[in-house]
Design a protein around this ligand. Structure first.
Ligand code: ADP
Ligand code: MG
Length: 292
């Protein structure tokens, strides 16, 4: 027997390294006419590293002390930034103390009790509740870093600059998706506007929405869909899960993706190549032509 077109398209997508969860999804993929992409872990490789450790002068702390406290608070987190901070502390041979009362706020940061004191690590703009963030962070962000502010009992004590490589195929994928959908792709990120604008320029995105909380990503998608668009969302994080669910079709990046994103998404890029996404949209369109 010959396989129905949508099922052979699913098999084909699998050969490209994309797990499409159902025939309905395979069909819907070809309908998308707009795209919203996450930044960290989606357009970037998602294996960030700590490039700068800047203790704030007033804290009297050393680089190692700032990094040790930050790593303690970050250790329970599965966020790629958290892994980078813990790895940096280990690389310096620091002994990372245990943390209690860990809490994380998707799109904002983490907090925990370390050695009896409250340590916070997170977005400077969110921690300070000020869109402009922190001047030391801003200087790093101008260079394209993701800056996180480290606080001790609520007082800023240091800034970490975290660098993540753009995926080799990011710009080509943005171009291909723009051509396929006939609409300029949107960057929707929780990261700061300065780093977002810099990366967007490198991949040819002009529509940049930065500093978004998970719910803000949903709002952005729903606005596009109210304007008649069928939006493809591509993301990797816990912070992307609500937008993946709200999207016409949601695709998660598999390798560094959070469990929640992988479960919520309609399809998963297993082989970690962004370039397979336009290929799978094309497969869907071919299959749909055979079905109807
Ligand atoms: P993106 O949308 O680019 O993938 P997220 O929404 O996951 O980014 O995170 C947005 C911002 O929130 C980060 O740039 C960082 O400032 C802060 N943040 C989130 N999680 C953490 C964490 N575990 N440690 C430090 N900062 C964090
Ligand atoms: Mg992400």
């Amino acid at each position: 027997a010959t396989m129905p077109p949508l099922l052979s398209a699913i098999a084909n997508a699998g050969r490209h390294g994309v797990l499409v969860k159902s025939a309905v999804v395979m069909e819907r993929l070809g309908q998308v006419d707009a795209v919203a992409l996450d930044k960290t872990g989606t357009l970037t490789e998602g294996t960030p590293r700590v490039a700068d450790v800047r203790p704030l002068a007033a804290s009297g702390l050393t680089q190692d002390e700032v990094l040790r406290l930050a790593a303690a608070a970050e250790r329970p987190s599965e966020h790629p930034l958290a892994r980078a901070v813990v790895a940096a502390a280990r690389a310096r041979g620091l002994v990372v103390p245990p943390a209690e009362d860990f809490t994380s706020t998707p799109g904002a940061g983490v907090s925990a009790t370390v050695e009896g004191r409250t340590v916070g690590v997170g977005s400077p703009a969110r921690v300070l509740d000020d869109r402009t963030g922190h001047p030391v962070a801003a200087a790093l962000e101008e260079e394209g870093r993701t800056a996180v502010l480290v606080t001790l009992d609520g007082t800023p004590v240091g800034v970490l600059g975290i660098a993540d490589r753009l995926r080799d195929e990011a710009a080509a994928t943005v171009t291909a998706l723009g051509e396929l959908t006939g609409t300029a792709p949107v960057l929707a990120t929780g990261d700061n506007a300065r780093a977002a604008a810099r990366l967007a320029a490198e991949v040819g995105i002009t529509d940049v929405r930065a500093g978004l909380l998970p719910q803000d990503k949903v709002t952005a998608v729903l606005e596009m869909q109210r304007a008649g668009r069928k939006v493809l969302v591509v993301g990797d994080g816990v912070n992307d899960a609500p937008a993946l669910a709200a999207a016409h079709t949601g695709i998660a990046m598999g390798r560094a993706g959070s469990d929640l994103a992988l479960e919520t998404a309609d399809a998963v890029v297993v082989r970690d190549e962004l370039g397979t996404i336009p290929a799978v949209v094309r497969l869907s369109r071919q299959a749909r032509r055979l079905v109807v």
